[in-house]
Write a protein that binds this ligand. Structure first.
Ligand SMILES: Nc1ncnc2c1ncn2[C@@H]1O[C@H](COP(=O)(O)OP(=O)(O)OP(=O)(O)O)[C@@H](O)[C@H]1O
Length: 322
């Protein structure tokens, strides 16, 4: 069976749209509510261990720089996508499959000794099963989220210096630098729900910098939100994500907000995905046009197995949470 690979070049696929619309009731989009932000305490220092290189080779044979198995494309072919040197924004209604999709990506990284895993989970419960193997886990805490992003920004600057000294333009697999992967579930918690206006602005500017400059420095951001509309994720931030994934949306307009203007009119309309097909979405890379796919879904038991395996491969000494 042939497979579709993304990253570097996009394998052109046949037109993905054109599925007949199905009648369904769209659930109301409800953003999570949280208690008022507590007084901001000084954030704990992010230990240097985050930036230290792990020793040894992954017995899984997987590298964080390898393509990630996303699922299957519209022809049932395995779909592998390169996340290194990229950034990804996923959007879609509640229960459309965003968290399952992210979990699958974290699952890949969990088996790699050259991956750093930073989990920023605005709803806590979505990525919590990976907490033990995360280098950092941040819940709905705007202050801490900003602190972690600013430490990553410093690391990014350090890596840029390293590259400049060597007259290089990007970090690659053979450089011996861990790929730092940052997974942000329910972005809106940090951009419009939690914290102050200032902290939200700070979060957005740090995020934008990491998304834009991070990939060349081996820092990858994958973020998900129910509604990436301009009031939640400003267009200037949304537009810098190189990959977009639209799971089921309420309207054509919402689908276009994620994928880009006018794709819905051309048949790539995530509002036509039936509600009983969680995990089905459209993926758009920088170039090319969207294609339909179904993401891998890991059950809680499968995640537990991967976590146990990760602890034995990567060791627990770097795992931790704040
Ligand atoms: N790829 C998939 N294949 C089969 N079922 C899936 C898939 N992805 C998700 N599901 C099912 O849909 C449910 C909701 O998925 P998920 O939690 O990923 O949605 P979500 O978009 O993150 O929702 P929310 O925004 O409310 O957190 C899961 O509990 C699971 O039962």
């Amino acid at each position: 069976m042939s497979s579709r690979h993304l990253g570097g070049t996009v394998v052109p696929g046949p037109r993905a749209g054109g599925n007949p619309p199905s009648a369904h009731n769209e659930p109301t989009q409800v953003l999570p509510t949280y208690p008022p932000a507590a007084e901001l305490a000084p954030a704990p220092a992010l230990p240097r261990r985050l930036l230290r290189r792990r020793r040894g080779t992954s017995v899984s044979g997987l590298s964080a720089y390898d393509k990630v198995h996303f699922g299957i494309d519209e022809y049932g072919r395995p779909l592998r996508v390169e996340l290194a040197s990229r950034s990804l924004l996923a959007g879609g209604l509640s229960r459309s499959g965003k968290s399952g999709f992210m979990s699958n990506g974290v699952g890949h990284m969990s088996q790699c000794t050259d991956a750093r895993i930073i989990l920023i989970d605005g709803k806590i419960v979505e990525l919590i099963l990976w907490k033990e193997i995360a280098d950092f886990f941040v819940g709905p805490d705007a202050h801490l989220a900003n602190h972690v992003l600013s430490v990553l920004q410093q690391e990014m600057d350090r890596r840029y210096e390293w590259l400049t000294e060597r007259r290089r333009r990007k970090v690659v697999k053979g450089d011996g630098m861990d790929l730092i992967t940052v997974w942000i579930d329910e972005l809106s918690v940090f951009t419009s729900v939690y914290g102050t206006k200032e902290s939200q602005e700070r979060f957005l500017s740090l995020l934008m910098d990491l998304v834009q400059r991070g990939p060349a420095a081996g820092i990858v951001v994958v973020a998900a939100t129910q509604r990436p509309s301009a009031d939640i994720v400003p267009t200037r931030v949304r537009d810098v994500f190189s990959y977009r994934v639209a799971f089921r949306c309420a309207t054509e307009a919402s689908s276009d907000i994620i994928l880009g203007t006018d794709w819905a009119a051309q048949g790539f309309d995530a509002s036509k995905i039936p509600p009983n097909r969680p995990g089905v979405g459209y993926c758009l890379a920088e170039e090319g046009r969207p294609f339909r796919f179904r993401s891998v879904y890991l059950t809680d038991d499968e995640i537990d197995t991967l976590v146990a395996r990760s602890l034995s491969i990567r060791g627990g000494q770097f795992g931790g949470a704040v």
